[in-house]
Design a protein around this ligand. Structure first.
Ligand SMILES: C[S@@+](CC[C@H](N)C(=O)[O-])C[C@H]1O[C@@H](n2cnc3c(N)ncnc32)[C@H](O)[C@@H]1O
Length: 238
């Protein structure tokens, strides 16, 4: 079986698994974070290929809202939103370890107990570990913009991925994306609008919600004069 075939889920065969939406770079794990990673990973972290379920990640909290943040980066936003919404279970996924370590450390420092981190590709998480219609919200803040024309096929927000993401939302659940790249913003609007199981909560782009803190990547975009676009769609009843 090829890697391509082995990572496909039965009902979502069209996400092209040969295309990676992320950079292969590996950031450095600082020594304090490395120590936190080693100590806290067994409690709050999993690799996407591990054997786990939402029930095993959050024992006793099965009925709380479940939110997935895709591409959490260094996790400042993850921590701020987890603190602001302690009643919701927040699952943060990224392929890179340093940010996940920073999140675990931040959780311990701030006594945050509603965050779990997953290392790996969000496509594998959604297709292999998240049940259909089980999520209250998916957050995708500043996904890699892949600005060069020849790289744009690597952008995460593509029709097949959006179909997969939407299938994991419960009816009424929210898909919230943000970007600082105008042509990616237009692509997001087009792709999300074209997905029949989603409905735009606004006319075109959304006003920036006060609940979304400024992310690290967003700050860099703002410093370069980029406009920020939020897109907030809800899952229609099935
Ligand atoms: C441009 S950074 C933005 C990070 C953060 N959200 C922010 O706004 O500062 C995009 C992040 O998404 C992660 N990423 C990209 N594709 C991913 C995928 N398929 N699964 C998980 N993480 C992914 C990258 O590793 C990177 O950390």
């Amino acid at each position: 079986m090829t890697v391509n075939e082995s990572t496909r889920s039965a009902d979502h065969t069209d996400v092209d698994r040969t295309i990676r939406s992320f950079n292969a770079r590996r950031g450095r794990v600082r020594s304090g974070t490395a120590e936190a990673l080693e100590r806290l990973w067994p409690r709050w972290g999993v690799d996407v290929g591990d054997d786990f379920s939402m029930a095993s990640l959050y024992p006793g909290r099965e009925t709380d809202d479940l939110v997935v943040e895709i591409g959490c980066g260094m996790g400042e936003t993850t921590l701020a939103m987890a603190l602001a919404q302690p009643h919701r279970r927040l699952l943060a996924v990224d392929v890179h370890t340093p940010g996940l370590g920073a999140i675990l450390r931040g959780c311990e420092d701030n006594e945050i107990t509603n965050v779990r981190v997953v290392r790996g590709d969000a496509v594998d998480l959604l297709s292999g570990r998240i049940e259909a219609e089980s999520l209250d919200e998916i957050r995708i803040y500043f996904p890699d913009p892949w600005p060069k024309q020849r790289h744009q096929k690597r952008r995460l927000i593509q029709p097949a991925f959006v179909r997969l993401a939407s299938s994991r939302l419960r009816p009424g659940g929210t898909l919230h994306c943000a970007t600082d790249w105008p042509d990616y913003a237009r692509q997001m609007l087009e792709v999300l609008t074209a997905e029949p199981s989603l409905r735009n909560k606004f006319e075109g782009f959304a006003p920036r919600p006060s609940t979304r803190p400024t992310t690290r990547f967003e700050s860099k975009g703002i410093a370069q004069g980029h406009p920020i676009a939020d897109l907030i769609f809800s899952k229609t009843a099935t």
